[in-house]
Design a protein. Structure first.
Length: 109
């Protein structure tokens, strides 16, 4: 199985196609298709692996075993962690809003 085939299979399990996967990884929409002819750089392959929740080793291997990375868990009250959404940092005021919503209060009380 090629890298592109493995990405396609992993993307399908998540309900994505290759175009969506590429865009979520911050790549051009046809980037993964080009990997049929050219080997991807390690940073681009890592970005795709992160989107799909698998390891780079899994995408590069010939094994049938899927090596899924552990989901990351972060406490919203941990100010030492930079939280991101779609590759961009979440502003502090939005994190505070998320805290209030999760605690059941929209007015900050």
């Amino acid at each position: 199985m090629t890298v592109v085939e493995r990405i396609k299979e992993s993307a399908k399990r998540r309900g994505y196609n290759l175009k969506t996967t590429a865009l979520k990884a911050g790549l051009s929409e046809n980037a993964i298709y080009s990997w049929k002819r050219y080997a991807p750089s390690s940073d681009k392959l890592k970005a795709v692996a992160d989107v799909l929740g698998v390891t780079v080793d899994y995408l590069l291997s010939d094994t049938k075993n899927q090596s899924v990375s552990k989901p990351k868990q972060v406490d919203l009250d941990d100010d030492e962690v930079i939280m991101t959404f779609e590759g961009r940092p979440i502003p502090p005021e939005d994190i505070e809003l998320m805290r209030r919503l999760l605690r059941g209060s929209r007015d900050g009380k």
